[in-house]
Design a protein around this ligand. Structure first.
Ligand SMILES: O=C(COP(=O)(O)O)[C@@H](O)CO
Length: 268
């Protein structure tokens, strides 16, 4: 079928960020209903709760099949950074992942390629796996410069990482025009083309062998109806879901739909 994740028996990543939803009580309820969840073989599920729920969710899911991440962090270990959360604080909560550079943070909170790079380097230094979000705006898409934007964001995000550090990174391609209630999901041809380009960019940065280890996820209006289609594409190693996975039942349904495809491909 492809030279991507399923054939290589790498796990297919299926995760959701709860964004600014679920305070501690609701997050604990959701985490408890995932605690005993047996993830299908070859699927690596993850959830990314808000900071106020991070420790509780990490504690509940500590021995589960799910990984837990934070939605952002500062790059410094500690200091006078009012309102910020450090990498060691996230580690202390028990998180394994940290999302960096989501377009909502780039657009509304001053995240830049430069701050993304500092955060990515800090994350790996602290033993966290950064999930770096890259994405083109609708203007960039219309003007035909999406690939340049994505290559720039990726190169700067990973700048300065060593050959040992690079395989800890995950990348999510999330077109800004695909995210949220006003977004439209990218079609499969677009995702296949962009992911092939991103893999080549990674090969330029890290060499072929390491680039092949870096999971490339797609995110933006992923639903139960389209999720499994994305993971059949070459160079798509998973999906990063928002709204459609905020309810635990929706999240599990998406995982199940993907697992059918994965099992079929592994058996073939
Ligand atoms: O923003 C994301 C996608 O949100 P959707 O609601 O699925 O469009 C991605 O980062 C997952 O949170």
């Amino acid at each position: 079928m492809k030279g991507g994740s399923v054939m290589d028996h790498k796990p297919v990543w299926v995760g959701t960020s709860w964004k600014m939803n679920k305070g501690p009580a609701e997050a604990i309820t959701a985490a408890r209903s995932l605690e005993l969840y047996n993830a299908p073989p070859d699927i690596q599920p993850f959830v990314i709760p808000p900071f106020t729920s991070l420790k509780d969710v990490c504690t509940i899911l500590h021995n589960s099949d799910l990984l837990v991440g934070a939605q952002n962090m500062h790059w410094d270990d500690s200091g006078a950074w009012t309102g910020e959360i450090s990498p060691s604080m996230i580690r202390e909560c028990g998180a394994a992942l940290v999302e960096i550079g989501h377009s909502e943070r780039r657009e509304h909170f001053g995240e830049t390629d430069w701050t993304v790079n500092r955060k990515v380097r800090a994350a790996v230094r602290h033993g966290l796996r950064p999930l770096v979000c890259v994405g083109d705006t609708s203007d960039e898409y219309e003007f035909g410069v999406s690939l340049e934007t994505l290559a720039r964001q990726t190169k700067i995000a990973l700048h300065g990482l060593s050959a040992e550090e690079l395989p800890h990174v995950l990348i999510a391609y999330e077109p800004v025009w695909a995210i949220g209630t006003k977004g439209r999901a990218a079609d499969k041809d677009c995702v296949a083309g962009v992911h092939a380009h991103l893999r080549r960019a990674l090969e330029g940065i890290a060499g072929e062998e390491i680039a092949a280890c870096i999971p490339l996820l797609y995110g933006g209006s992923v639903t139960l109806d389209n999720a499994y289609g994305y993971v059949t594409l070459p160079n798509v190693d998973g999906v990063f879901v928002g709204r459609a996975a905020w309810e635990v039942t929706g999240f599990k349904a998406i995982i199940d739909s993907i697992s059918i495809v994965v099992e079929r491909e592994v058996a073939a």
